[in-house]
Ligand binder design. Structure first.
Ligand code: SF4
Ligand code: SF4
Length: 222
């Protein structure tokens, strides 16, 4: 899932203090599961803002509403009335949320309440780790199901590098070496022969390095 963490409260205030009516919009999918921007967290942020603004003599209101997903217009349509009354809309979704709101409501100021981290795998309860950077051309069929793009610090397609020590990456003893994990997985599967094949240059033009991407389902009829 996409994970995000709430911004520093002072930064949120710098984006909203000049505006009289604030609408905090929660998102009840990814950021709700990662306990950072769902309905409960949006209401907590709104309450915190109300207290701080009242203390500082800022007049106006801080209201809140939550949609199932801010990345789809059909959910944003349902909050038109609340958005219409706000001077600034503060989104607790990932980075798509405030941008989606800006597209759907062109005359409205929007602000992000979150910093978006990554596409995370739930490693253990309340711990997420980055397993995919959506590179557009998946190679894990040749690497034992372990992603060298997201999980190797050097994004090596043919590893390991000389810094791999005792199964750990040279960047930190806390970080597993992705290529050790690839080796271990392939060994357990009896597929070590796969490592004899050199992975050639990767298609990076389908990654974000080639600019913003668009996906279109051909032949789809709603
Ligand atoms: S190779 Fe690319 S698409 Fe596949 S898991 Fe890694 S980053 Fe994601
Ligand atoms: S030690 Fe392993 S994970 Fe770290 S950069 Fe080298 S090959 Fe990649």
């Amino acid at each position: 899932m996409i994970t995000a963490e709430r911004k520093n409260f002072d930064e949120i205030r710098r984006m909203t203090d000049a505006h009289r009516h604030v609408l905090v919009v929660g998102c009840n999918t990814c950021v709700a599961v990662s306990l950072s921007g769902g309905e409960k967290e949006a209401e907590q942020l709104a309450a915190q803002l109300r207290i701080a603004r009242r203390r500082d003599g800022i007049e106006g209101s801080v209201k809140t509403v939550t949609v199932l997903r801010q990345c789809e217009n059909e959910y944003l349509d349902s909050i038109s009335a609340q958005v219409g009354q706000a001077d600034v809309v503060l989104s607790t979704a990932c980075g798509i949320g405030p941008q989606g709101l800006a597209v759907r409501y062109p005359g409205k100021r929007v602000a992000p309440a979150m910093n978006t981290n990554m596409i995370g795998y739930v490693k253990e309860h309340h711990v997420w780790t980055e397993y995919c950077v959506s590179c557009g051309f998946c190679v894990i069929g040749f690497t034992g199901g372990v992603c060298p793009v997201a999980r190797c610090a050097k994004t090596l397609l043919n590893g390991p590098c000389g810094g791999s020590q005792n199964g750990r990456c040279e960047i930190s003893p806390d970080v597993p070496c992705a290529w050790q994990e690839i080796y271990d997985r392939l060994a357990a599967l009896g597929d070590l022969d796969t490592l004899a094949r050199i992975l050639g240059p990767k298609k990076w033009n389908v990654s974000n390095s080639g600019g913003p991407r668009t996906m279109k389902k051909e032949g789809f009829k709603p």
